[in-house]
Design a protein around this ligand. Structure first.
Ligand SMILES: [Zn+2]
Ligand SMILES: [Zn+2]
Length: 150
């Protein structure tokens, strides 16, 4: 674990703790990971850590904007450490896979509301729903048998 994470934590006035460092390292290595997977990976590294402690760390890091929580409709919360660039996500309806997409026009907010009603908009969240290449290939190989497609 590098001192980069120490610096990041100190910059947002969070105490440097083993669970916080472990969560940051986990998200760096596994972008778009759900809460349970974060817990399993952190637990493997720090056997004493409780589920509640990991939740608390995820909450604190999200509040401090060191990590970002993404929760596509109908999906569980996922976390990533790529923050501050207003990037968006492709989400597969079939397997739930999540892939990064760069900001539509390069800087936040990359879409302009037709009427912002006086709000100062600094972030736009876009989810592109669809079928990932793997799932698309699988459905061609094994067409659903219950209903025939025309
Ligand atoms: Zn898929
Ligand atoms: Zn992302």
């Amino acid at each position: 674990m590098g001192s980069d994470f120490d610096t990041q934590l100190r910059e947002v006035s969070l105490r440097v703790t083993q669970p916080r460092l472990a969560v940051l390292a986990t998200l760096r290595d596994h972008p778009h990971i759900d809460t349970d997977s974060v817990f399993s990976l952190v637990r493997a590294e720090l056997p004493g850590v409780s589920r509640q402690a990991v939740y608390d760390v995820l909450h604190a890091l999200t509040q401090a904007r060191l990590i970002r929580r993404i929760q596509p409709a109908g999906a569980t919360a996922h976390y990533e450490s790529r923050v501050g660039d207003n990037h968006h996500h492709l989400v597969c309806r079939s397997c739930g896979g999540i892939v990064d997409v760069d900001c539509a026009v390069g800087h936040a907010p990359c879409l302009t509301a037709s009427d912002n009603n006086g709000f100062v908009v600094d972030e736009v969240e876009v989810v592109y729903w669809g079928t990932c290449p793997d799932c698309a290939a699988r459905s061609i190989a094994q067409p659903p048998s219950s209903e025939g497609k025309t």
